[in-house]
Design a protein around this ligand. Structure first.
Ligand code: NAI
Length: 462
């Protein structure tokens, strides 16, 4: 029986990062992963392949719409789908191999197979039993199913199938206007599909600042995406040419149907813990299927921890990574901590949408007095130079102290720029602190500074 200080179950961003940090802290570590490659959903069928397709199709859009404006005359671009898929596979392969390299470098053992936990301190992989002083569940999540919508991953697909369609469809219905729906909807709209997003709520991107969500929807509509809001999907069925989705409008209960070549179900994900044997061990679970943990990621079974999508909180790779580092530090006897008030969220469309901290709606509900500073990218020279003058930065600060409480950006490289505000929030900075920090010109980041200035005496370029 092999013995380890730590066995991590799952090699996604939560699990592999946890393993690396634990090895760096001197622990003898193994990771159990049943996929052929490391990296979990994120690297194999999530964040990374979708970014490859977003990049490729954004480039197509640039060639079709902006090249000629810059005096670049090229023949109308055509799409070689097989080659685009191969490019995507290369990107994924490079990254998953990279994790394998990091495992070797850090002397982490990869136990190939699917794990179960037969008893406290034990992990079974195939016929082999291993012992560990600590076990971390980092098994992630799977696409949640929708009653009456039978997924075949060919015509009715989840994000996994949507990344590897046989051909780009001419029409697509996306169920759910969350992150997956909008990213993949953008990909196929740029490839020429007529994309209709059917969403239960009255706004897209649930939980996002209301004003930002509205303006994001306008931008996406201009790009050709259609939205049916306030619509509860009742079911879907295969037809001769694709699939038919039926939905009910919530305002008047009227029933409608829409047909498309492909239907993407993007109505959320649920924790994946099947096969671990947690029930038999009596590990406490939460009603929505997450493993119950305390502030130190401890489950109800001594020595068993859980992180990432398998526990509560936003289902984001970087949240899982941070928890992976924190739990490794805790297991190694150090102090590990995640600040859940400063976790950014990004939608990688063009323009990008990035957000951290409080929305106006949340602050109103809390009854907290706040001020808002806004700046449009139309006033940002760099953004205009690259045809990205759409969007804005919206900063929200405490009315009395000027402390930054949240920031919401629609614009070029928003997903990178948001970190300036994450750092500001970690340091308890005020808008004035951000405004008095020199920002290079010409950069997109100047728009963040302008929004900070708008919280005080006013932005310069608006
Ligand atoms: P989501 O939770 O972001 O959005 C699902 C949407 O579906 C919601 O707006 C919901 O109201 C709607 N919906 C649910 N049932 C419906 C019905 N019957 N009819 C119509 N609409 C319905 O879920 P999504 O987009 O599937 O993403 C899953 C998870 O993966 C999320 O936690 C997301 O944060 C994460 N993710 C993050 C990415 C990123 O950070 N860029 C990229 C992709 C996924």
């Amino acid at each position: 029986m092999a013995q380890f200080d730590l066995i991590v179950i799952g090699a996604g961003p939560g699990g592999y990062v946890c393993a690396i940090r634990a090895a760096q802290l001197g622990l003898k570590v193994a990771v159990v992963e049943g996929r052929e490659t490391l990296g979990g959903t994120c690297l194999n069928v999530g964040c990374i392949p979708s970014k490859a397709l977003l990049h490729a199709t954004h480039s197509l859009h640039e060639a079709e719409h902006n090249f000629a404006k810059m005096g670049l005359n090229v023949a109308a671009p055509t799409v070689d789908w097989a080659k685009m898929q191969a490019y995507k596979a290369d990107v994924v392969g490079g990254n998953t191999k990279g994790i394998e390299f990091l495992f070797k470098k850090n002397k982490i053992t990869w136990l190939k197979g699917w794990a179960s936990i037969p008893a406290q301190g034990q992990v079974k992989v195939g016929d082999d039993l291993h012992e560990a002083k600590a076990i971390v569940i980092a098994t992630g999540s799977e696409a949640a199913s929708l009653p009456g919508v039978p997924v075949d991953e060919k015509v009715i697909v989840t994000s996994t199938g949507a990344l590897s369609l046989d051909n780009p469809p001419k029409s697509m219905v996306v169920i759910g206007a969350g992150v997956i729906g909008l990213e993949m909807g953008s990909v196929y709209a740029r490839l020429g599909a007529e994309v209709t997003v059917v969403e239960y709520l009255d706004a897209i991107t649930p939980g996002m600042d209301g004003e930002i969500a509205k303006s994001f929807q306008k931008l996406l509509t201009r790009q050709g995406l259609k939205f049916v809001l306030g619509a509860a999907v009742q079911g879907a069925e295969l037809t001769a040419s694709g699939a038919k989705v039926s939905y009910k409008l919530r305002k008047d209960d009227s029933e409608h149907a829409i047909e498309a070549d492909v239907v993407l179900v993007a109505t959320g994900r649920r924790p994946y813990t099947a096969g671990l044997g947690l029930e038999a061990l009596g590990v406490e679970m939460l009603p929505r299927g997450q493993v119950k943990t305390d502030d130190h990621y401890r489950t109800s079974l001594p020595g068993l921890y859980a992180i990432g999508d398998a526990i509560t909180g936003p289902m984001l790779a970087h949240k899982a990574e941070d928890e992976g580092i924190a739990v490794a530090e805790i297991i190694a006897g150090k102090v590990g901590h995640v600040n859940y008030d400063a976790i950014p969220g990004v939608v990688y469309t063009t323009p990008e949408l990035a957000s951290v901290g409080k929305t106006e709606e949340q602050l109103k509900e809390e009854g907290r007095a706040y001020k808002v500073g806004k700046f449009s990218f139309m006033g940002n020279a760099r953004a205009k130079a690259v045809f990205q003058g759409d969007g804005m930065v919206k900063m929200i600060v405490d009315a009395a102290t000027d402390r930054v409480l949240g920031c919401h950006i629609i614009g070029p490289a928003a997903g990178d720029m948001i970190h300036e505000i994450c750092v500001a929030m970690e340091f308890g900075a005020s808008a004035e602190d951000v405004a008095r920090t020199c920002h290079a010109h010409p950069t997109y980041s100047e728009a963040v500074r302008e929004a900070a200035l708008a919280c005080g005496d006013g932005a310069i370029h608006s």
